[in-house]
Design a binder for this molecule. Sequence first.
Ligand code: UDP
Ligand code: MG
Length: 312
Amino acid sequence: MKSIDISLVIPLLNEEGNINELLNRLKSTMDGLGKSWEIILVDDGSKDSTFEKIRQFADKDSRITGISLSRNFGQQIALIAGLNEAHGQSVITLDADLQHPPELIPQLLDLQSQGYDIVNTKRIEHQGTGRFKKWSSSTFYSLLNRLSDVKLEPGSADFRLLSRKALEAFLAFPEKDRFNRGLVVWMGFRQGIVSYVAPPRTQGQTNYTLKKMMQLGLDGITAFSSKPLRISAYLGILTTLLGLLYMVYALIAFVTGHTSPGWTSLIAVVVLLGGVQLLCMGIIGEYIARIYNESKNRPLFFIKDHTRDPIE
Ligand code: UDP
Ligand code: MG
Protein backbone atom coordinates (compact mmCIF):
# COMPACT_ATOMS: atom_id res chain seq x y z
CA MET A 1 0.00 0.00 0.00
CA LYS A 2 1.22 3.48 -0.86
CA SER A 3 1.94 5.43 2.27
CA ILE A 4 0.39 8.85 2.12
CA ASP A 5 -0.16 11.33 4.93
CA ILE A 6 -3.43 12.92 3.90
CA SER A 7 -6.23 11.90 1.53
CA LEU A 8 -8.94 14.32 0.51
CA VAL A 9 -12.20 12.76 -0.67
CA ILE A 10 -14.69 14.89 -2.57
CA PRO A 11 -18.07 13.91 -4.08
CA LEU A 12 -19.14 15.87 -7.14
CA LEU A 13 -22.45 16.17 -8.92
CA ASN A 14 -22.48 18.61 -11.83
CA GLU A 15 -19.69 20.75 -10.44
CA GLU A 16 -17.81 21.59 -13.67
CA GLY A 17 -17.80 25.27 -12.73
CA ASN A 18 -16.16 24.69 -9.36
CA ILE A 19 -13.39 22.22 -10.13
CA ASN A 20 -10.69 24.67 -11.22
CA GLU A 21 -10.92 26.90 -8.20
CA LEU A 22 -11.43 23.95 -5.87
CA LEU A 23 -8.30 22.14 -6.99
CA ASN A 24 -6.19 25.28 -7.13
CA ARG A 25 -7.10 26.26 -3.60
CA LEU A 26 -6.69 22.72 -2.32
CA LYS A 27 -3.29 22.35 -3.96
CA SER A 28 -1.93 25.54 -2.49
CA THR A 29 -3.24 24.65 0.98
CA MET A 30 -1.88 21.13 0.79
CA ASP A 31 1.52 22.15 -0.56
CA GLY A 32 1.92 24.52 2.36
CA LEU A 33 1.70 21.63 4.82
CA GLY A 34 4.87 19.83 3.80
CA LYS A 35 3.14 16.46 3.84
CA SER A 36 2.33 13.94 1.14
CA TRP A 37 -1.26 14.03 -0.05
CA GLU A 38 -3.73 12.76 -2.62
CA ILE A 39 -7.10 14.01 -3.80
CA ILE A 40 -9.84 11.54 -4.71
CA LEU A 41 -12.66 13.06 -6.74
CA VAL A 42 -15.82 10.99 -7.01
CA ASP A 43 -18.09 11.93 -9.87
CA ASP A 44 -21.55 10.92 -8.72
CA GLY A 45 -23.15 10.49 -12.14
CA SER A 46 -22.79 14.10 -13.34
CA LYS A 47 -24.56 15.15 -16.51
CA ASP A 48 -22.10 17.94 -17.32
CA SER A 49 -18.37 17.78 -18.08
CA THR A 50 -17.34 17.21 -14.45
CA PHE A 51 -15.55 13.96 -15.16
CA GLU A 52 -13.72 15.26 -18.25
CA LYS A 53 -12.41 18.11 -16.11
CA ILE A 54 -11.37 15.67 -13.41
CA ARG A 55 -9.55 13.57 -15.99
CA GLN A 56 -7.61 16.59 -17.27
CA PHE A 57 -6.36 17.33 -13.77
CA ALA A 58 -5.61 13.68 -13.02
CA ASP A 59 -3.54 13.39 -16.22
CA LYS A 60 -1.38 16.31 -15.18
CA ASP A 61 -0.95 15.40 -11.53
CA SER A 62 -0.58 11.84 -10.30
CA ARG A 63 -1.71 12.85 -6.83
CA ILE A 64 -5.21 13.42 -8.19
CA THR A 65 -7.46 10.42 -8.77
CA GLY A 66 -10.90 10.47 -10.35
CA ILE A 67 -13.62 7.89 -9.87
CA SER A 68 -16.83 7.97 -11.81
CA LEU A 69 -19.87 6.17 -10.45
CA SER A 70 -22.18 4.34 -12.80
CA ARG A 71 -25.06 6.67 -11.97
CA ASN A 72 -26.14 9.16 -9.34
CA PHE A 73 -26.04 7.29 -6.05
CA GLY A 74 -26.22 10.31 -3.79
CA GLN A 75 -23.56 12.12 -1.85
CA GLN A 76 -23.43 9.65 1.03
CA ILE A 77 -22.65 6.67 -1.18
CA ALA A 78 -20.26 8.70 -3.33
CA LEU A 79 -18.31 9.49 -0.19
CA ILE A 80 -18.00 5.81 0.67
CA ALA A 81 -16.78 5.03 -2.83
CA GLY A 82 -14.04 7.62 -2.40
CA LEU A 83 -13.14 6.60 1.15
CA ASN A 84 -12.65 3.03 -0.04
CA GLU A 85 -9.86 4.25 -2.32
CA ALA A 86 -8.15 6.47 0.22
CA HIS A 87 -4.60 5.55 1.25
CA GLY A 88 -3.93 8.37 3.69
CA GLN A 89 -3.18 8.14 7.39
CA SER A 90 -5.71 10.95 7.73
CA VAL A 91 -8.70 11.29 5.48
CA ILE A 92 -10.67 14.49 5.01
CA THR A 93 -14.02 14.65 3.25
CA LEU A 94 -15.38 17.90 1.87
CA ASP A 95 -17.86 19.33 -0.64
CA ALA A 96 -16.84 20.44 -4.10
CA ASP A 97 -18.69 23.75 -4.06
CA LEU A 98 -16.15 25.50 -1.79
CA GLN A 99 -18.67 25.83 1.01
CA HIS A 100 -16.18 23.83 3.03
CA PRO A 101 -13.19 26.16 2.89
CA PRO A 102 -9.97 24.28 2.07
CA GLU A 103 -8.12 26.78 4.24
CA LEU A 104 -9.61 25.05 7.29
CA ILE A 105 -7.71 21.84 6.61
CA PRO A 106 -4.64 22.82 8.68
CA GLN A 107 -6.92 23.38 11.69
CA LEU A 108 -8.44 19.93 11.29
CA LEU A 109 -4.99 18.35 11.14
CA ASP A 110 -3.93 20.37 14.13
CA LEU A 111 -6.72 18.93 16.26
CA GLN A 112 -5.89 15.45 15.04
CA SER A 113 -2.32 15.87 16.20
CA GLN A 114 -3.70 16.72 19.64
CA GLY A 115 -5.02 13.19 19.81
CA TYR A 116 -8.44 13.28 18.14
CA ASP A 117 -9.40 10.43 15.82
CA ILE A 118 -12.34 12.27 14.34
CA VAL A 119 -12.55 16.00 13.74
CA ASN A 120 -16.02 17.24 12.82
CA THR A 121 -16.88 20.71 11.65
CA LYS A 122 -19.76 22.91 12.58
CA ARG A 123 -21.16 25.44 10.15
CA ILE A 124 -22.12 28.81 11.47
CA GLU A 125 -24.76 30.35 9.22
CA HIS A 126 -23.68 33.19 6.97
CA GLN A 127 -25.84 36.07 5.83
CA GLY A 128 -26.55 34.67 2.39
CA THR A 129 -28.17 31.43 3.50
CA GLY A 130 -31.74 31.31 2.31
CA ARG A 131 -34.51 31.53 4.91
CA PHE A 132 -35.94 28.22 3.83
CA LYS A 133 -32.60 26.42 4.03
CA LYS A 134 -31.96 27.83 7.52
CA TRP A 135 -35.40 26.87 8.71
CA SER A 136 -35.34 23.41 7.18
CA SER A 137 -31.90 22.71 8.57
CA SER A 138 -32.78 23.78 12.11
CA THR A 139 -36.07 21.86 12.03
CA PHE A 140 -34.21 18.87 10.71
CA TYR A 141 -31.74 18.81 13.59
CA SER A 142 -34.28 19.42 16.33
CA LEU A 143 -36.60 16.71 14.98
CA LEU A 144 -33.72 14.30 14.54
CA ASN A 145 -32.39 14.87 18.03
CA ARG A 146 -35.82 14.39 19.54
CA LEU A 147 -36.64 11.23 17.64
CA SER A 148 -33.37 9.47 17.38
CA ASP A 149 -30.83 7.93 19.70
CA VAL A 150 -27.77 9.83 18.51
CA LYS A 151 -27.29 13.50 19.22
CA LEU A 152 -26.13 15.62 16.30
CA GLU A 153 -24.73 19.13 16.44
CA PRO A 154 -26.80 21.49 14.29
CA GLY A 155 -24.84 22.56 11.26
CA SER A 156 -22.71 19.45 11.12
CA ALA A 157 -22.02 18.48 7.55
CA ASP A 158 -19.86 15.98 5.77
CA PHE A 159 -16.73 18.05 6.21
CA ARG A 160 -14.58 16.05 8.57
CA LEU A 161 -11.31 14.38 9.26
CA LEU A 162 -11.00 10.70 10.10
CA SER A 163 -7.83 9.01 11.27
CA ARG A 164 -6.95 5.73 9.61
CA LYS A 165 -8.38 3.89 12.61
CA ALA A 166 -11.67 5.78 12.51
CA LEU A 167 -11.88 5.33 8.75
CA GLU A 168 -11.59 1.55 8.98
CA ALA A 169 -14.32 1.55 11.62
CA PHE A 170 -16.49 3.72 9.43
CA LEU A 171 -16.03 1.46 6.43
CA ALA A 172 -17.01 -1.56 8.52
CA PHE A 173 -20.70 -0.53 8.48
CA PRO A 174 -22.57 -2.81 6.14
CA GLU A 175 -25.75 -0.77 5.99
CA LYS A 176 -27.21 0.46 2.76
CA ASP A 177 -29.35 3.43 3.81
CA ARG A 178 -26.53 5.44 5.22
CA PHE A 179 -26.71 8.56 7.27
CA ASN A 180 -23.01 9.16 7.61
CA ARG A 181 -23.21 12.01 10.09
CA GLY A 182 -25.15 9.89 12.53
CA LEU A 183 -22.93 6.86 12.03
CA VAL A 184 -19.85 8.91 12.83
CA VAL A 185 -21.36 10.13 16.10
CA TRP A 186 -22.43 6.58 16.95
CA MET A 187 -18.92 5.25 16.34
CA GLY A 188 -17.38 6.92 19.36
CA PHE A 189 -13.60 7.54 19.48
CA ARG A 190 -12.25 10.88 20.56
CA GLN A 191 -14.09 13.51 18.52
CA GLY A 192 -13.18 17.16 18.17
CA ILE A 193 -14.96 20.02 16.46
CA VAL A 194 -13.93 23.06 14.39
CA SER A 195 -16.38 25.89 13.61
CA TYR A 196 -16.44 27.90 10.42
CA VAL A 197 -18.65 30.29 8.49
CA ALA A 198 -19.84 28.75 5.24
CA PRO A 199 -19.60 31.05 2.25
CA PRO A 200 -22.41 30.88 -0.32
CA ARG A 201 -22.02 28.40 -3.15
CA THR A 202 -19.67 29.93 -5.75
CA GLN A 203 -21.05 28.23 -8.86
CA GLY A 204 -24.19 26.39 -9.80
CA GLN A 205 -27.18 25.38 -7.72
CA THR A 206 -27.50 23.29 -4.61
CA ASN A 207 -27.97 19.64 -5.48
CA TYR A 208 -30.16 19.06 -2.47
CA THR A 209 -33.70 19.37 -3.59
CA LEU A 210 -36.47 19.29 -1.01
CA LYS A 211 -37.04 15.66 -1.90
CA LYS A 212 -33.42 14.71 -1.27
CA MET A 213 -33.40 16.62 2.01
CA MET A 214 -36.52 14.83 3.20
CA GLN A 215 -34.95 11.53 2.20
CA LEU A 216 -31.83 12.38 4.18
CA GLY A 217 -33.97 13.38 7.16
CA LEU A 218 -35.93 10.14 7.04
CA ASP A 219 -32.73 8.12 6.77
CA GLY A 220 -31.37 10.00 9.75
CA ILE A 221 -34.40 9.23 11.89
CA THR A 222 -35.06 5.66 10.83
CA ALA A 223 -31.40 4.65 10.93
CA PHE A 224 -31.06 5.58 14.56
CA SER A 225 -34.41 5.09 16.10
CA SER A 226 -37.36 2.78 16.33
CA LYS A 227 -39.36 5.40 18.19
CA PRO A 228 -41.78 5.97 15.29
CA LEU A 229 -42.68 2.27 15.50
CA ARG A 230 -43.16 2.51 19.23
CA ILE A 231 -45.53 5.44 18.84
CA SER A 232 -48.18 3.12 17.40
CA ALA A 233 -48.00 0.94 20.52
CA TYR A 234 -48.56 3.98 22.72
CA LEU A 235 -51.43 5.09 20.52
CA GLY A 236 -52.92 1.61 20.86
CA ILE A 237 -52.76 1.67 24.65
CA LEU A 238 -54.21 5.15 24.71
CA THR A 239 -57.16 4.34 22.42
CA THR A 240 -57.91 1.13 24.30
CA LEU A 241 -58.11 3.05 27.56
CA LEU A 242 -60.21 5.80 26.05
CA GLY A 243 -62.39 3.15 24.42
CA LEU A 244 -62.99 1.45 27.77
CA LEU A 245 -63.98 4.77 29.32
CA TYR A 246 -66.33 5.46 26.44
CA MET A 247 -67.83 1.99 26.85
CA VAL A 248 -68.63 2.76 30.48
CA TYR A 249 -70.41 5.91 29.29
CA ALA A 250 -72.28 3.96 26.61
CA LEU A 251 -73.41 1.39 29.16
CA ILE A 252 -74.64 4.08 31.53
CA ALA A 253 -76.49 5.73 28.65
CA PHE A 254 -77.99 2.32 27.81
CA VAL A 255 -79.13 1.64 31.37
CA THR A 256 -80.64 5.07 31.76
CA GLY A 257 -82.41 4.56 28.46
CA HIS A 258 -80.98 7.51 26.54
CA THR A 259 -79.97 5.55 23.46
CA SER A 260 -81.46 4.28 20.29
CA PRO A 261 -81.44 0.47 20.09
CA GLY A 262 -78.20 -1.12 18.88
CA TRP A 263 -76.03 1.92 19.46
CA THR A 264 -74.40 0.70 22.67
CA SER A 265 -73.24 -2.64 21.33
CA LEU A 266 -72.10 -1.06 18.07
CA ILE A 267 -70.06 1.64 19.69
CA ALA A 268 -68.56 -0.85 22.15
CA VAL A 269 -67.34 -3.07 19.34
CA VAL A 270 -65.94 -0.15 17.34
CA VAL A 271 -63.93 1.39 20.17
CA LEU A 272 -62.63 -1.85 21.55
CA LEU A 273 -61.63 -3.29 18.21
CA GLY A 274 -59.97 -0.04 17.18
CA GLY A 275 -57.88 0.05 20.33
CA VAL A 276 -56.96 -3.61 20.23
CA GLN A 277 -55.96 -3.37 16.59
CA LEU A 278 -53.64 -0.46 17.18
CA LEU A 279 -52.18 -2.19 20.19
CA CYS A 280 -51.49 -5.34 18.18
CA MET A 281 -49.90 -3.28 15.46
CA GLY A 282 -47.70 -1.70 18.07
CA ILE A 283 -46.64 -5.12 19.33
CA ILE A 284 -45.83 -6.22 15.81
CA GLY A 285 -43.94 -2.95 15.47
CA GLU A 286 -41.81 -3.82 18.47
CA TYR A 287 -40.80 -7.08 16.87
CA ILE A 288 -40.14 -5.43 13.54
CA ALA A 289 -37.99 -2.90 15.35
CA ARG A 290 -35.89 -5.73 16.71
CA ILE A 291 -35.63 -7.48 13.35
CA TYR A 292 -34.67 -4.14 11.89
CA ASN A 293 -31.99 -3.64 14.47
CA GLU A 294 -30.54 -7.07 13.87
CA SER A 295 -30.69 -6.83 10.12
CA LYS A 296 -28.67 -3.64 10.20
CA ASN A 297 -25.86 -5.97 11.12
CA ARG A 298 -23.81 -3.19 12.63
CA PRO A 299 -20.42 -4.02 14.03
CA LEU A 300 -20.75 -4.53 17.78
CA PHE A 301 -17.75 -2.44 18.76
CA PHE A 302 -14.59 -0.81 17.51
CA ILE A 303 -11.22 -0.96 19.17
CA LYS A 304 -9.96 2.49 19.93
CA ASP A 305 -6.48 1.75 21.12
CA HIS A 306 -4.27 -1.15 21.90
CA THR A 307 -1.26 -1.57 24.12
CA ARG A 308 0.44 -3.64 21.46
CA ASP A 309 0.91 -2.55 17.86
CA PRO A 310 -1.62 -4.20 15.58
CA ILE A 311 -0.12 -7.17 13.74
CA GLU A 312 0.75 -6.08 10.22
N1 UDP B 1 -23.37 15.72 -4.32
C1 UDP B 1 -23.18 14.45 -4.85
N2 UDP B 1 -24.28 13.70 -5.20
C2 UDP B 1 -25.56 14.15 -5.01
C3 UDP B 1 -25.74 15.43 -4.42
C4 UDP B 1 -24.63 16.18 -4.08
O1 UDP B 1 -22.05 13.99 -5.02
O2 UDP B 1 -26.51 13.43 -5.34
C5 UDP B 1 -22.19 16.51 -3.93
C6 UDP B 1 -22.13 17.92 -4.49
O3 UDP B 1 -21.48 17.94 -5.73
C7 UDP B 1 -21.35 18.67 -3.43
C8 UDP B 1 -21.77 17.97 -2.15
O4 UDP B 1 -22.26 16.69 -2.52
O5 UDP B 1 -19.95 18.49 -3.58
C9 UDP B 1 -22.85 18.76 -1.38
O6 UDP B 1 -23.93 19.07 -2.23
P1 UDP B 1 -24.59 20.51 -2.29
O7 UDP B 1 -23.55 21.57 -2.23
O8 UDP B 1 -25.49 20.51 -3.47
O9 UDP B 1 -25.45 20.49 -0.96
P2 UDP B 1 -25.72 21.71 0.05
O10 UDP B 1 -24.39 22.36 0.35
O11 UDP B 1 -26.66 22.62 -0.65
O12 UDP B 1 -26.31 21.04 1.26
MG1 MG C 1 -23.11 23.00 -0.89
